[in-house]
Every structure is written in structure tokens, then in C-alpha cells.
Ligand binder design. Structure first.
Ligand code: S3P
Length: 185
């Protein structure tokens, strides 16, 4: 087959991108179980390397340091030749332009989208997200979504609106699309 494509062929991983509280970890766990693929969470990987929580990395080392760690983490996954994994990414990881082609090189990129109410409800359960510790989290979420939605759209092979879908429906939808994608890529 002739692959006249400017992008390298993606490795067979499924990458979940999307805003905080969009369900990446939950759906990632479900997909991992369905496919028997290990789940890698970029936030957890960075926390393990730094021996600090994401919140502490932000407060002690700054957001730029965290963003650099995100890029290094994705580069490392590519140089490890990672395949047959589910990768849940931090919500801001696709924001750096150089990370976007790297994510697509890693595999099939799925944007898990959710509405503001859903995001607010899920993220208000704990205070471990430094960017949402503001006076008005709803306004912060709306502003950040307005900045980021075009970015998620650009990086993703598949855009899935998850509000109203249950975990199993979402995971099965992703699996079906991923199988088609890998069958034709
Ligand atoms: C962030 C999302 C978080 C975490 C950090 C910054 C963001 O991950 O990486 O707090 O910029 O959207 P989750 O999307 O897993 O909450």
C-alpha cells in the first residue's frame, strides 16, 4: 500500500486528550481492561519522576517546568517505541504546539469532550488541580475551554462528546473507531 502521508504511521496506542474532568482516567481504565492494554497517565508519570504531586510541582517549580516535563514525557514514550498502551494525558498537554504531532505519532488520539456543568461537577470534588483554584472556577473553565477546544480539535483523530454517555458506551465507541482507524492506517 502507498502511504503518501506527511505524518508518520501512528504506533498502536490510544491517546486520550481533553479538559480536566472530561473522564480521561476513567475511560482510560475501562479501555485498558477491555483491551488488556496497560494504562499510562502522563500526570502520574511526572509525579513519579519528580516525587511530587502535580500541585506541588506547580507551586514549587512553576507551570513552565511542568509543561517541559510533559513534553519530555511524550518524547520518552516515543523513543521507548511504546505500543499497545492506553495513554491518558494531562488536560494542558496538547497546548504546546510541538506536542501535537508527537501525540499523533504515538497513536490514535481521542478528544473526550464534556460540557461545563459536567466538568465543574467532576473537578469540584477535589482541589488537586492548581489551575482551577480560582474565585470563580466556572468562569475559569469557560475561558480555558474557549482557548483550548480548537487545540483539542486539531490534535484529535476522533472527537467524542461524552456528556450523557456512560463509561461502557464511551469506551465501546472509542474501540470501534480505533479498530477501523488502525485497520486503515
Ligand atoms: C492541567 C490538567 C491536569 C494536570 C495539571 C494541568 C491542565 O490534568 O496536568 O493540573 O492544564 O489542564 P487532568 O486533565 O488529568 O486533570
Amino acid at each position: 500500500m502507498n502511504h503518501e502521508c506527511s505524518e508518520p504511521l501512528p504506533a498502536k496506542n490510544i491517546i486520550l486528550v481533553g479538559f480536566m474532568g472530561s473522564g480521561k482516567s476513567t475511560i482510560g481504565r475501562e479501555l485498558g481492561q477491555l483491551l488488556s492494554y496497560p494504562l499510562i497517565d502522563t500526570d502520574s508519570k511526572i509525579e513519579e519522576n519528580e516525587k511530587l504531586s502535580v500541585a506541588d510541582i506547580f507551586s514549587l517549580k512553576g507551570e513552565d517546568y511542568f509543561r517541559e516535563s510533559e513534553t519530555l514525557t511524550v518524547q520518552q514514550l516515543i523513543s521507548d517505541g511504546l505500543t499497545h498502551h492506553i495513554i491518558a494525558t494531562g488536560g494542558g498537554l496538547p497546548v504546546r504546539p510541538e506536542n501535537r504531532p508527537l501525540l499523533r505519532e504515538l497513536g490514535y488520539v481521542v478528544w473526550l469532550d464534556a460540557n461545563t456543568d459536567t466538568i465543574l461537577e467532576r473537578t469540584s470534588r477535589n482541589s488537586n488541580r492548581p489551575l482551577l483554584q480560582t474565585e470563580n472556577p466556572r468562569a475559569t473553565i469557560e475561558k480555558m475551554l474557549a482557548q483550548r477546544n480548537a487545540i483539542y480539535q486539531e490534535v484529535a483523530h476522533l472527537h467524542l462528546q461524552t456528556t450523557g454517555l456512560n463509561i461502557a458506551e464511551t469506551a465501546h465507541g472509542i474501540l470501534e473507531s480505533a479498530r477501523y482507524f488502525f485497520g486503515h492506517s
